[in-house]
Unconditional design. Structure first.
Length: 93
């Protein structure tokens, strides 16, 4: 392994650890964790909650305020697939 490849691998590990810390911090503060996806329309995101359920919410602005609107809950099977894909994509598996 070259020095460059080693450095990239180390950066990827640090990135994965940071994502996992943010996710756990949000859950411990009773906040959802936002998972962005290019598979959703612009302005929408997956919001994962500590109890394991995932919602799709839309974010929009009203004047200077940022608001969210509930779109729908994912089924357990959909939520597991989104979570697994996110974890794999970010080196958390």
């Amino acid at each position: 392994m070259t020095d460059f490849e080693y450095e990239i691998e180390e950066q990827n590990k640090k990135f994965a650890a940071t994502i996992e810390r943010l996710r756990k911090r949000n859950f411990s503060n009773n906040l959802p964790f936002l998972i962005l996806s290019d598979k959703l329309p612009e302005g929408q995101g997956f919001y994962e909650f500590a109890d394991g359920h995932i919602e799709i919410q839309e974010v929009f602005t009203i004047g200077a305020d940022i608001e969210t609107r509930f779109v729908r809950n994912l089924s357990d099977m959909e939520a597991n697939r989104i979570r697994e894909n996110f974890m794999k994509a970010n080196g958390l598996f």
